[in-house]
Each structure stands twice: as structure tokens, then as C-alpha cells.
Design a protein around this ligand. Structure first.
Ligand code: IPM
Ligand code: MG
Length: 360
């Protein structure tokens, strides 16, 4: 029997609602795969601020460093928007990413089952699309210094710094190529090399790293064109590697081809342990109403099993159960004719049932 320490961070908004069924799914898999789970729950985000005055208390960070993997629901909400930047819920998440050196964020946008009809894009455009966005997660404009808002010549100016070192680019490019090798062996690196020096360097280093991966076909695309191409013809992409901010934007766009942001899981890796979270945010408008789609979080559990514990089969089982569940049941965001509308809780239960059916 293997033993795994998982830190669970439900967070804000719909975070706790989507976390609950995901833990059930994890427990089910653990019992079938003979994994002994040690689950700990800690605070990050607005809820942490309310209780402790900081969006990420030290004991959360310690627990994160001492765990084998982290599952995170979502952070943020309008309630905390007036707060000073330094204590906003999002700072908690960003600190976790950077302290744990989770520099590579994998966001697979895949169409599950007949969800092809749930996309706002035409079925023939999205059918069969399967894109992995590899987003740099601990550098770039998200973390660059100097940053701030200050008074200059009698008016306030806001500024941020887009900065990437060679080594930062090299390590994320390497992950991009490695992931592409396991997929369709086509890597598109996204930059804005025509305007930004930092991404001109990005292009140069990515090309250099590509020499170690002769089997992968490397292409370069400007970020604005990439946004357009994801909507025009997503099937041209296999694996994409890009900066922190372009990745943030393009992964949301890629998510919509799958029908809903509620379907996209993510894995943040690079450091010793991985963190797994749905791409959707805290969705305060539907929080507490049992309307959220738990599938992105459930699929994030699958990514954890795959990338942190090498249990590829367990991830496949979860995906299969999700596809099976979608045949009959839908949350509101992906509702379609002929399907039964269910809430977050029931959706989770249905996936669990489907998973159990596979074994018993
Ligand atoms: C994401 C989110 C975060 C980000 C926010 C909540 C800080 O949008 O994970 O895509 O910008 O990285
Ligand atoms: Mg985002």
C-alpha cells in the first residue's frame, strides 16, 4: 500500500462545493488502488483573510510544502475586491504557486463525449479538438519587479514588469517539448516577439531548446493571432507553450471550445509536489446555490493521480466516468436537450456511481 499526503484547500465561492465531490472521487480511487490517503484541509484566499488577516497563513504554506500534492478549489470574490492588493485572495494563490516553484501549468482543453454540442463554436470546428496549454506560472508580468502605483508629475501611474530570464524560459520550454512528445509532437510557442523584447528572447530560447527535441515540430505564433486561431480552427493545435499572462488568457479561450469553463482542470508542476485546481474561478454569482459544475475539479483529481503519482490508469478511469455521466446528466452550464439537469452535488454523486460501476 502506498501512502499519500494530500493538502485540500477548498477556498472561496464555489470552491468548497466542487471540492466536496472531488474528495469522494479521490477516496473511491484510493480504495481501489490501495492508496492510503492522509487528507489535511487548510485555508487560502478570502476565507483565510477573514479568519486570520492574511490570504495565506504560514501553517497553510508549511502544510503545502509537506504534502505530496495539493488540491485547490478556487479563491477570490467581490467581497474582497476593496482590500489592499497585498492581502487579496489571489495573492494567496500566487504565493503558493511561487513558493512551491510550480512553474509549469498544464491546462488540457478536450471535448468530453457529446459535449461538442455544448460549445458556442460550431460542432465541426471543435469536434476532435484536443489542446494542451502549457503556461509559465511563476514568472513574467505576474511577478516582475518593479510594480505598483505611484505618483509621478502629479498623477498616479500604474506599472508592471514583464521579465523572463533565460533559465526560466528554458525550463518551461523543456516541459512544453516533453509534454508535446507524449502527445502529437507539435508544439506552438506563443509570444509577442514583434513588440516585446522579453518574448523575443522567449522565441530564441524556445528554438534553442527545440534542438534537443528533433521529433517535435516547433512553430511560433503571436499571441493575438493565437487567440484568433483558437476560435477559428482549434484543431490545428496540439501543445502550446506560453508566458504566464498569455497562458492565462488563451487557456480561458481554449476552455470555451470545450463547452464551459467548468470542464477545464489544471496541473501546476515543476517543484517537488504538484498543485491541482480547476481553471474556473470562484464564480461568486452561483456560489452556495448547488449550481456549479464539479467536473473540472474532479478531472483535476485525475490530473493529480497522473502527474504526481503516475497513476495514469486512475486518471483514465475518472475521465471515462465523466464521459459516461455526461451521457445523461448535466449541470446548468452544459445543459442540453434530452439530458437531466442536476446540481453540483448530484453531478458528483453520478460520477461516483459511474466510477463504482466500473469496479463492482
Ligand atoms: C487562473 C486565474 C488566476 C490567474 C487568478 C485567480 C489569480 O485566473 O488560474 O487562471 O490569473 O492565474
Ligand atoms: Mg485565469
Amino acid at each position: 500500500m502506498i501512502s499519500k499526503k494530500i493538502l485540500v484547500i477548498p477556498g472561496d465561492g464555489i470552491g468548497p462545493e466542487v471540492t466536496a465531490p472531488s474528495i469522494q472521487v479521490l477516496k473511491q480511487i484510493a480504495s481501489q488502488f490501495d492508496i492510503q490517503l492522509e487528507l489535511t484541509e487548510k485555508l487560502v484566499g478570502g476565507v483565510a483573510y477573514d479568519l486570520t488577516g492574511t490570504p495565506i497563513p504560514d501553517d497553510t504554506l508549511d502544510a503545502a510544502k509537506n504534502s505530496d500534492a495539493i488540491l485547490l478549489g478556487a479563491v477570490g470574490g467581490p467581497k474582497w475586491e476593496p482590500l489592499d492588493f497585498s492581502v487579496r485572495p489571489e495573492r494567496g494563490l500566487l504565493k503558493l504557486r511561487s513558493e512551491l516553484e510550480l512553474y509549469a501549468n498544464l491546462r488540457p482543453a478536450v471535448i468530453y463525449g457529446d459535449l461538442v454540442n455544448a460549445s458556442t463554436l460550431k460542432p465541426e470546428v471543435v469536434d476532435g479538438a484536443d489542446l494542451m496549454v502549457v503556461r509559465e506560472l511563476t514568472g513574467g508580468i505576474y511577478f516582475g519587479e518593479p510594480r505598483g502605483v505611484e505618483l509621478r508629475n502629479g498623477e498616479r501611474v500604474g506599472f508592471n514588469t514583464l521579465i523572463y530570464s533565460e533559465s526560466e524560459i528554458r525550463r518551461i520550454a523543456k516541459i512544453g517539448f516533453e509534454i508535446a512528445m507524449k502527445r502529437g509532437k507539435i508544439l506552438t510557442s506563443i509570444d509577442k516577439a514583434n513588440v516585446l523584447e522579453s518574448t523575443e528572447l522567449w522565441r530564441e530560447i524556445t528554438t534553442e531548446v527545440g534542438k534537443d527535441f528533433p521529433e517535435v515540430k516547433l512553430g511560433h505564433m503571436y499571441a493575438d493571432n493565437a487567440a484568433m486561431q483558437i476560435i477559428r480552427n482549434p484543431k490545428q493545435f496540439d501543445t502550446m507553450v506560453t508566458t504566464n499572462m498569455f497562458g492565462d488568457i488563451l487557456s480561458d479561450a481554449a476552455a470555451m471550445m470545450t463547452g464551459s469553463l467548468g470542464m477545464l482542470p489544471s496541473a501546476s508542476i515543476g517543484g517537488g509536489n504538484g498543485m491541482y485546481e480547476p481553471v474556473h474561478g470562484s464564480a461568486p454569482d452561483i456560489a452556495g446555490k448547488d449550481k456549479a459544475n464539479p467536473l473540472a475539479m474532479i478531472l483535476s483529481v485525475g490530473m493529480m493521480l497522473r502527474y504526481s503519482f503516475d497513476l495514469i490508469h486512475a486518471d483514465e478511469l475518472i475521465k471515462h466516468s465523466v464521459v459516461k455521466t455526461l451521457e445523461n446528466y448535466r449541470t446548468k452550464d452544459i445543459m442540453a436537450e434530452g439530458k437531466k439537469l442536476v446540481g453540483c452535488k448530484e453531478m458528483g454523486e453520478r460520477v461516483l456511481q459511474s466510477l463504482e460501476k466500473k469496479y463492482n
